[in-house]
Design a binder for this molecule. Sequence first.
Ligand SMILES: Nc1nc2c(ncn2[C@@H]2O[C@H](COP(=O)(O)OP(=O)(O)OP(=O)(O)O)[C@@H](O)[C@H]2O)c(=O)[nH]1
Ligand SMILES: [Mg+2]
Length: 291
Amino acid sequence: MSPGVFGRGFARLKQALSRTRNSFRRLLDTRDESELEELLLAADVGVAATDRLVDRLRGATDRRAVLEEEVARLLEPGAGPVAAPVEPPRVVMVVGVNGSGKTTTVGKLCRLFREQGQRVLVAAADTYRDAASDQLAVWAARAGVELVASTQGQDAAAVAFDALTRAKSQGFDIALLDTAGRLHTRTDLMAEVAKIRRVCARVKPGAPDDIWLVLDATVGQNGLRQARAFHDELGLTGLVVAKLDGTARGGVMIPVVQELGVPVRYVGTGERLEDIEPFDARAFARALLES
Ligand SMILES: Nc1nc2c(ncn2[C@@H]2O[C@H](COP(=O)(O)OP(=O)(O)OP(=O)(O)O)[C@@H](O)[C@H]2O)c(=O)[nH]1
Ligand SMILES: [Mg+2]
């Protein structure tokens, strides 16, 4: 297949996936099923997907093609950046554990949406960490979008309320909310993020339109636990998988998609503003398995 089929982002995706690809391509070297199981579990694809993949590989002749097809099918349900159209402003809340890549991802999304011609407002609803608002301000400036700043210790829900009110009255197309990192095991912090969500609905019924979890691809199996906790509390509408570059654990989203039904919307492939790709399950599977 020609390299252009999946567009310009494909080469970058492939580059970012190089370590994960090494671990997936090892699956092609063995027909020993217990070894296959071990390799798949080590790649963090989860028990259910491991069973399914081992099953499909049994007796397959073109093993690479079979694996590619199966990985694409596992990741395909609901995948991609496109979500149902909504009344503007589209409100997107970005959540996740500490250091997963939320603020960086929000910055990248600002640029992406702006390049699509959308008017973007971004809000610093992380009021925990020192200088969180300043960090976001740097990204907002790079992306060329407007910012609702905050100060440490301010009520994050109030920041969200102000931002959405402004986005609505000034005709923004999209409002992005960066939130504080929180451990999924801390019920008080999970309650706080649920409060931010409730406040959004007071400004715009049904908001947030999207709640995306930024999942750090390097965390492995713990990713499913994190995603489940956030999903139970908030009802996630998508995942952004950050830090795909430099990890061999890029299979981490498979159990999340399979077991929680939360689709992947974007992947982060580096630390720069432009290092983000809309997720395409077929391109991902191809990038993962082609030599
Ligand atoms: N290599 C790589 N690094 C990333 C990516 N996304 C984020 N990072 C790095 O991850 C680190 C944390 O990023 P932040 O965006 O500050 O993470 P955060 O989730 O906002 O952190 P808190 O707000 O403290 O919870 C930074 O060093 C980023 O450069 C990515 O896709 N690839
Ligand atoms: Mg942050």
